[in-house]
Write a protein that binds this ligand. Structure first.
Ligand code: ATP
Length: 254
């Protein structure tokens, strides 16, 4: 079956005064995939993401999300997407369970906090405050909040930045589970290894331009077909594999 686009971006431009942060990019995100916007700091990833999320205005271009135009149907788009809040949005005196109830109230949706926390393996932290969580737990909680309204698409902006190797891998597994349960995932990252194992397709962004879109395998195969070879012999494992194997793969962030 042909893949259906769930997000279509055409000639998107964003200018901040006379600085062009996004320079006329076009791409599609297919239903049910993990799509990565991959690029260095300042490439325009967050700007692009926040425009699609209806949180920032575009300068020009056309965007359709799940069939709705961003110019006409902002409310319909908001109902269909899950967006991570900045950490400042988590009231310091509420525990995780209470925060979920608060968000449910904002969405007008009745969900059991334990069900939402269970999706991200945090039921044992239901009575903890957000500020007392580890980095990986904070990210998992933040992902739980994106799922409250049963979104068709969730957006994750650099979800693994600053996490240790185990917490990163746990988060990759969680994000794949979310994809496998039918939710499309759009993620930004500047970690190439992360995009390689996590994303079904990636778009490379540099200086506000998309310089390539494909699956990680196709990108690598095409490069290898040109005769490219890594200079150094690649070992069958790396230091991160050694660490993960020595310390175990289970949740370990307390
Ligand atoms: P990072 O990984 O550092 O977040 P990014 O790829 O997400 O990078 P953006 O945050 O989208 O990049 O920023 C793209 C460019 O636009 C940068 O040069 C940034 O300085 C600039 N920029 C972003 N927001 C604003 C703003 N509100 N006003 C002016 N310039 C901005």
């Amino acid at each position: 079956m042909a893949k259906q686009p769930i997000i279509t971006v055409k000639n998107l431009v964003k200018k901040y005064d006379d600085f062009t942060a996004v320079n006329g990019i076009s791409f599609e995100v297919f239903e049910g995939e993990i799509f990565g916007l991959l690029g260095p700091n300042g490439a325009g990833k967050t700007t692009t993401l926040e425009i699609i999320e209806t949180l920032r205005d575009k300068t020009s271009g056309e965007i359709t999300v799940d069939g709705f135009s961003i110019d006409k149907d902002t409310d319909s788009i908001k109902k269909r997407i899950g967006v991570q809040l900045q950490a400042a949005g988590y009231y310091p005196n509420l525990n995780l369970s209470e925060l979920i109830v608060l968000f449910c109230g904002l969405y007008g949706i009745d969900k059991k906090p334990m069900e939402m926390l269970g999706k991200v393996a945090l039921t044992d932290k239901a009575k903890s405050k957000y500020k007392d969580l580890s980095g990986g737990q904070k990210q998992r909680f933040s992902i739980a909040t994106t799922l409250i309204n049963d979104p068709r698409i969730i957006f994750l902006d650099e979800p693994t930045t600053g996490l240790d190797p185990q917490a990163r891998r746990n988060l990759w597994e969680l994000i794949k589970e979310i994809r496998d349960s039918g939710t499309t995932v759009v993620i930004t990252t500047h970690y190439m290894d992360e995009a390689e194992v996590l994303c079904d397709r990636v778009a490379f962004i540099d200086g506000g331009n998309i310089i390539g879109i494909d699956t990680p395998d196709n990108f690598i195969d095409k490069l290898v077909a040109t005769g490219f070879e890594r200079k150094k012999q690649v070992k069958l494992a790396n230091l991160e594999d050694v660490f993960i194997t020595m310390t175990g793969k289970e949740w370990r962030e307390d």
